[in-house]
Ligand binder design. Structure first.
Ligand SMILES: Nc1ncnc2c1ncn2[C@@H]1O[C@H](COP(=O)(O)OP(=O)(O)OP(=O)(O)O)[C@@H](O)[C@H]1O
Ligand SMILES: [Mg+2]
Length: 420
């Protein structure tokens, strides 16, 4: 049997907390059986890796693994998605369609947010669980399937049952074994470890030095409530990695990224991010900025390389027009969409050294110019972002800061710095 450590590594799970280890151990133990498993735990605790572990350690590992987010499928189509439909079953059903339970025969289906399933669908699901039978929408033919179900929920199922929103019999069927993932605040021993891991991931992603917390900030990090759990911790690590120039983070700084915890500073981040990495406009902007920075770094490297290995006039012209294109007019949009063009053609690097045209002094100056341009254009972009946000919010700093996802204090500092 694969060890817990090996599983963690394989699935990118960080942490050594005893409750986390127990949850993973339980997943390993139930994997070879066909027992239904219900994964419970608050939002953002990492429930999604449990069904993956179970599937990949089961005899179904060569079968399909389908993850269905029950909360995201409209009520009108969920039966058809899960169980399929016959041609003509409803308007628009121009063809017979196989549902997930047919497609995942001999595999595993992960029903995420299972508490959101409509009652009618719950009846169908119960039948599959009881005897492997299902009927396509608009059909009368009973079909058989052999699917292992792992479900997950972040809501209190007993509440849902009490309110008549979830069938009690289905709940017991689904939760033969329950695997509970503890909230992050109950895994205090793992918080700083996770933060350091995320900080180093984002440092790599954005090609910047890793942020690190000073002692006081570390203490604050560990004491915080983390109601959005690991997802929230990851978001905070990403925001700080992107926004803070000073890579040593103080408690005062960190507090600006933690919503209304200790209460003395305005809440900054209210939004919980979805799984997709860059869901908001602001994040897309930051991504663009940092992609730009890394493109410029590539360009700098290329330039140095060219100067070391020498440059033919033709290549020099080509390069100059490339540089012109990047730094010249402010058409960043276009630049980002034409990545192939900005990637140096391989032939550039195979220029014979004897045609070198630059001396040491040129090299120095050129490199310096590039550096200056880079900070300048980042600076300009930042200025522009702030100006636009202030305009859109009619000069109201609080609203503009909120939109930018920075604290009012930071915005105030920037306004002073840029003399706005
Ligand atoms: N132990 C961990 N180590 C590293 N990353 C983790 C860990 N647990 C969770 N994550 C990361 O945190 C994020 C949230 O995890 P996940 O999507 O599994 O949460 P969830 O429990 O399914 O939440 P929800 O109920 O909101 O769907 C993911 O990006 C995941 O990779
Ligand atoms: Mg989830």
């Amino acid at each position: 049997m694969e060890s817990i450590q090996a599983i963690k590594q394989r699935f990118g799970i960080i942490g050594n907390n005893a409750a986390l280890n127990r949850a993973i151990e339980k997943a390993i133990q139930v994997a070879p059986t066909d027992i239904s498993v219900l994964v419970t735990g608050e939002s953002g605790v990492g429930k999604e890796s449990i069904p993956k572990i179970i599937h990949s350690l089961s005899h179904r590992k060569h079968g399909k693994y389908i993850a269905v987010n029950c909360g995201a499928i409209p009520e009108g189509t969920i039966d058809s998605e899960l169980f399929g439909h016959e041609k003509g079953a409803f308007t628009g059903a121009t063809q017979t369609r196989n549902g997930y339970f047919e497609v995942a025969d001999n595999g595993t289906i992960f029903l995420d947010e299972v508490g959101e399933l409509p009652l009618t669908t719950q009846v169908r699901l119960l039948r599959v669980l009881e005897n492997g039978e299902f009927i396509k929408v608009g059909s009368s033919k009973v079909q058989k399937t052999n699917v292992r179900i792992v479900a997950a929920t972040n809501v209190n199922m007993f509440e849902a049952i009490k309110k008549g929103k979830f069938r009690e019999d289905l709940y017991y069927r689904l939760s033969t074994v329950e695997i509970h993932l503890p909230p992050l605040r109950a895994r205090k021993d793992d918080i700083h470890l996770l933060f350091r891991k995320f900080a180093s991931d984002f440092a790599m992603k954005y090609k910047m030095p890793s942020i690190r917390l000073n002692e006081e900030a570390t203490e604050m990090l560990v004491k915080y409530r983390w109601s959005g759990n690991i997802r929230q911790l990851r978001n905070v690590a990403e925001q700080i990695s992107v926004l803070e120039e000073n890579r040593t983070v103080t408690a005062e700084k960190l507090r600006q990224y933690l919503p209304n915890n200790t209460g003395n500073l305005p809440a900054v981040i209210e939004k919980e991010k979805s799984d997709s990495d860059f869901s908001s406009e602001r994040e897309i902007l930051y991504k663009v900025l940092f992609d730009m920075k890394s493109d410029l770094n590539d360009l700098k490297k290329l330039t140095m390389e060219l100067m070391q290995h020498g440059v033919s006039q033709k290549v020099k012209d080509e390069n100059e027009s490339l540089i012109q294109k990047i730094y010249g007019d402010d058409e960043t949009e276009e630049f980002f969409h034409e990545e192939e063009e900005t990637t140096p053609p391989v032939k550039l690097l195979s220029i014979p050294p004897e045609v070198s045209v630059m001396n040491e002094e040129d090299k120095y100056h050129f490199a310096e110019d590039v550096e200056e341009e880079e900070t300048l254009s980042l600076h300009d972009k930042e200025l522009e972002l702030i100006k636009k946000a202030l305009e859109r919010n009619k000069g109201k700093r609080k609203a503009a800061a909120k939109e930018l996802g920075i604290s009012e204090r930071t915005l105030y500092r920037k306004i002073k710095q840029f003399d706005l």
